[in-house]
Design a protein around this ligand. Sequence first.
Ligand code: 3HC
Length: 314
Amino acid sequence: MSIQDLEKIFQEKIDNEIKIEPKDWMPEAYRKTNIRQISQHAHSEVVGMLPEGNWISRAPSLKRKAILIAKVQDEGGHGLYLYSAAETLGSSRDEMIADLHSGKAKYSSIFNYPSLTWADMGAIGWLVDGAAILNQVMLCRTSYGPYARAMVRICKEESFHQRQGFEALLVLSKGTDAQKAMCQDAINRWWWPSLMMFGPKDSESTNSDQSMKWKIKRKTNDELRQQFVDMIAEQIKVLGMKLPDDKLQWNEERKHYDFGEINWDEFWNVVKGNGPCNKQRLAARNKAHDEGAWVREAAIAYAEKSKHKKQAAA
Ligand code: 3HC
């Protein structure tokens, strides 16, 4: 079959909502785009454990500590499902992890901001996981089968993450003046970086057009960002707090909230490795990898030993 015929069959499958599976023929660019996006997503989950891991030993109660440990563990698990999904496309886990550790691979800009107070744990759950969910619900219907299936379980866990974050902030919002102020301060610091999670404006998004045609993405960056603003602008009323945006206003004609301009210079600066915590995050991941070398060596030695035992018994 000619490449044109193969491409036609491939696009027909996409148009007819038939999932693309690992052994199916696919254009090289489709494979590469999926490896890029899925591995960036996996790295985001793994690096995303760091700002919260920072608060496990300082959680204000046993209950909060148990919730936070479970959440951080979930993020690690999400990273593993996603690395496995990317491996089905022919990229090795070692390669992907080496790219993260060298600073070559991207991961979500949001995890390069510091978590300064306990209220940040609530704001991360509510805003960061809230933004992640909107994007990930769409990805449950992405065209590549293993990615779509991984997202179904991830979304269930993310919705628990978001609710626990909102509930933690709700408690603070009803607390002492100092607790209320801590809650507002965390919202002020995480709001704009959360909006940046959706990526550049559609007009600047290099991958969106092709990814929409291949149904890797089902909604554009701006569509999802608007959906997020509309959702949070209502939820914040329950907290009795304010979003740090003077331009935030319901637009009756558009049936959406208008909102202020994102600082795109800050976004690109963080993406390029110059955010407040980029260096710290990569150093922490590299240290964890180096310190885990003995576990990998032991696992390989055990696998070798088991193989020899089986061969000897055969
Ligand atoms: N941070 C860092 N880089 C970003 C970014 C962000 N917030 N948004 C976009 N970029 C990068 C893109 O990766 C792309 O770079 P590349 O071409 O060199 O790879 C470039 O900016 C241009 O952006 P595009 O809009 O063209 O890129 P995409 O079409 O890939 O869209 C995306 C960006 C919407 C983030 C998409 O990749 C996506 O949906 N990814 C999967 C979901 C994901 O990774 N979420 C991250 C958060 S996960 C999380 O928060 C877990 C939580 O449980 C803790």
